[in-house]
Design a protein around this ligand. Structure first.
Ligand SMILES: [Cu+2]
Length: 312
């Protein structure tokens, strides 16, 4: 379907699936509405006051079959929709491991984005086409929401938490980005552009940008500057976990449970280190709440992620 004031064509693989689902729901609603109205009008005419239509009971057998028929049919239809929606939703939470990682920091009233190469943008994001993109998002103040209508992608960005989401743009072009959560006075101006380019154009664009340090390198500097390395460096005399090889591993906790060392866990461990203590370590780490900014956290996370592949 082409673009019109009623319809914005999907520009991501996931968006097409959302559209199919939307049209299925629309068709089901339309069919039900039509059936109800046709029966309503037919019965109103047929059984109007004084008409000679038969008004006796239906035969018992037919009544039962009708009941079973429509109950089973609607139950199966809705189970099918439930299965479809939930599998699409769940897929939305498990990005492919090779997805391009984009960090987004939202604040009143802008989106700051950073590419794996270190390139930073404000209210803009350049992406290559046909490449899965994973967003790792944090807020510096209030709740925002990253909404790209053409990608059928909307995910809240919450203060105090890392949220993630992914999509695969499959058309080149420029697409609107909106904040979809009322976040203060200038919320309506919190908009931006997603520029999807061919892979070659994207490579050229990246090469032409002033290269910032990549996030991981900035994180490595912060790791020393904020004193993390004092305890977490392999040479340290403090009994603290060595962080090389940590990312993505299953970590046994002091309370007997097991967590995956993902962004959520590492972020919480920096801000609330007493909450989930790794088994075998004393709870001596101080909280870095208020000491490291949301953007610094992003850098530290990128650094810890980057050394995650090294064997400890
Ligand atoms: Cu906002």
């Amino acid at each position: 379907m082409g673009e019109s004031i009623f319809w914005l064509p999907a520009a991501s693989e996931q968006g097409e699936q959302v559209d199919h689902l939307f049209f299925l729901l629309l068709a089901v609603s339309a069919i039900v509405t039509i059936v109800v109205f046709v029966l309503l009008v037919t019965f109103a005419v047929r059984y109007r006051h004084g008409s000679k239509a038969k008004r006796g009971k239906l035969p018992n057998l037919m009544r039962r079959e009708l009941e079973i028929g429509w109950t089973a049919a609607t139950a199966f239809l809705f189970l099918f929709i439930f299965w479809w929606v939930s599998s699409a939703q769940l897929e939305g939470y498990s990005p492919p491991p090779d997805a391009l990682e984009i960090h987004v920091t939202a604040k009143q009233w802008m989106f700051k984005t950073q590419q794996p190469s270190g390139v930073r943008e404000i209210n803009e994001l350049h992406l290559p086409v046909d490449t899965p993109v994973r967003l790792v998002m944090a807020s510096e103040d209030v709740i925002h929401s990253f909404w790209v209508p053409a990608f059928r992608f909307k995910r809240d960005i919450l203060p105090g938490r890392v949220t993630q989401g992914w999509f695969t743009p499959d058309k080149t072009g420029t697409f609107h980005l909106f904040c979809a959560e009322f976040c203060g006075t200038n919320h309506s101006e919190m908009t931006g552009r997603i520029i999807v380019m061919s892979q070659a154009d994207y490579a050229e664009w990246t090469a032409g940008q002033p290269q910032g340090d990549d996030l991981g390198k900035e994180g490595a500097k912060l790791f020393v500057a904020k004193g993390c390395s004092g305890c977490h460096a392999p040479s340290s005399k403090v009994h603290a976990p060595n962080l090389a090889g940590l990312f993505g591993r299953k970590i046994p906790l002091a309370d007997g449970s097991i967590v995956t060392a993902d962004e959520r866990y590492i972020r919480d461990s920096i801000l609330q280190p007493r909450r989930e203590i790794a088994a075998g370590y004393p709870p001596i780490m101080p909280s870095f709440q208020g000491v490291v900014s949301e953007e610094d956290l992003t850098r530290l996370l990128a650094y810890i992620r980057s050394i995650g592949k090294e064997t400890p």
